[in-house]
Design a protein around this ligand. Structure first.
Ligand SMILES: *[C@@H]1O[C@H](CO)[C@@H](O)[C@H](O)[C@H]1NC(C)=O
Ligand SMILES: *[C@@H]1O[C@H](CO)[C@@H](O)[C@H](O)[C@H]1NC(C)=O
Length: 336
């Protein structure tokens, strides 16, 4: 018995004493890699997610006459990369989707910018608009429906590999977007969309980044699975405070480490502009500032390299209070 416990301890120790580092070492794949497109970013649905027309070193064995779809040849190449990599290297294709337009996206336009930042964003809403844990606007719903239509034909006709695993931020706008986009997609089948709190937006003081109670979300979004340790009430949003970039980067890096714990190659992530930009930075993407409009999707090919030992601890700065308003910002400043 004692022996068994000791060996269990050793095993646990071995399992936890490794982590993943991320890089982007295969380039020239997607149009979004080039900062020159940022002024006029391509739409994911118009051009096969931005995959460039090119040849791959695996074409000779797979498709010498280049007769198959671009994505089919890309997918063969990715499979090949994973076959020749050792077990400590694994490539994954992440489909990073931003939620559709939410009420918090239109709210700033109704106010003076400074007043929105220091005062209004901390409120639940104003007049007939609520942005606390913002819901999708009608436009946002339509954007999600467009993503749904895209995936329905993409995987079927254009040979774009369907996601094998689905993640979503726990904020309502992402739950709504991932629900509309993937409900009924054959690739989802009886799988659940995995809710992960680590891919929530950076806490910048906006009440739009607060989330409602778990027990309120569960019956609304039954296609999702909720982690057992996700608290009933939001424990991440701190009124009047903003999270440090470092702390944000640490939690998003934790998330990516979890993604690399399992073997799926094609992974869908429904999240926020800030989260997607953090993933691009952590992954070493050449164009980490690619503009992510609401409802847009960017694909990336990321290499994870397993590193033995404990992940270095980052002593991230804690949250700091929002900068106070420099002048009076109240209902009288409403700009309508
Ligand atoms: C809020 O009210 C204004 C003015 O009546 C209207 O123009 C706007 O469409 C309403 N917005 C929503 C989200 O209902
Ligand atoms: C989830 O998506 C389905 C299919 O589009 C839709 O009927 C349902 O209303 C959605 N649920 C929510 C809470 O948005």
């Amino acid at each position: 018995m004692r022996f068994a416990l000791v060996s269990l301890f050793l095993q646990l120790n071995l399992v936890s004493a490794a982590y993943w580092k991320f890089s982007t070492d295969k380039l020239g794949l997607f149009v979004q890699e080039y900062p020159s497109v940022n002024a006029n970013p391509p739409d994911f649905a118009d051009d096969y997610l931005g995959l460039l027309k090119r040849s791959y070193e695996t074409d000779q064995i797979h498709d010498p006459t280049s007769s198959t779809a671009e994505w089919d040849r890309f997918a063969y190449y990715v499979q090949h990369l994973n076959q020749i990599s050792g077990s400590s290297e694994q490539y994954k294709v992440l489909y990073l989707g931003r939620h559709g337009e939410g009420y918090h996206n239109i709210a700033p336009k109704l106010f003076d910018q400074e007043c929105f930042r220091c005062y209004w964003q901390t409120q639940e809403g104003s007049g007939n608009i609520t942005w606390a844990d913002a819901s999708l606007t009608l436009t946002g719903v339509q954007q999600a429906e467009r993503a749904r239509d895209f995936w329905t034909t993409a995987t079927d006709m254009d040979k774009i590999p369907a996601p094998e695993k689905f993640y979503s931020s726990s904020l309502a706008r992402c739950l709504q977007t991932s629900n509309i986009t993937f409900a009924g997609l054959p690739a989802l089948g009886s799988k659940k969309i995995i809710v992960d709190e680590r891919i929530r937006e950076i806490m910048d003081g906006c009440s739009c980044n607060w989330r409602r109670a778990k027990s309120e979300l569960q019956p609304l979004f039954p296609l999702h699975s909720y982690p057992a340790d996700m608290p009933e009430q939001d424990a991440m949003y701190k009124p009047g405070m903003s999270e440090s970039e470092q702390a944000f980067t640490v939690r998003v890096t934790d998330f990516l480490n979890s993604v690399w714990q399992s073997s799926e190659t094609y992974v869908s992530v429904t999240a926020h502009a800030g989260t997607i930009h953090a993933i691009l930075r952590i992954a070493g993407h050449p164009n980490p500032n690619f503009p992510m409009a609401t409802g847009q999707v960017i694909p990336i090919l990321v290499k994870g390299s397993k590193v033995e030992g404990a992940r270095p601890v980052v002593n991230a700065a804690g949250p700091t209070p929002l900068r106070a308003c420099q002048r009076s910002c109240g209902p009288s400043k409403l700009r309508r």
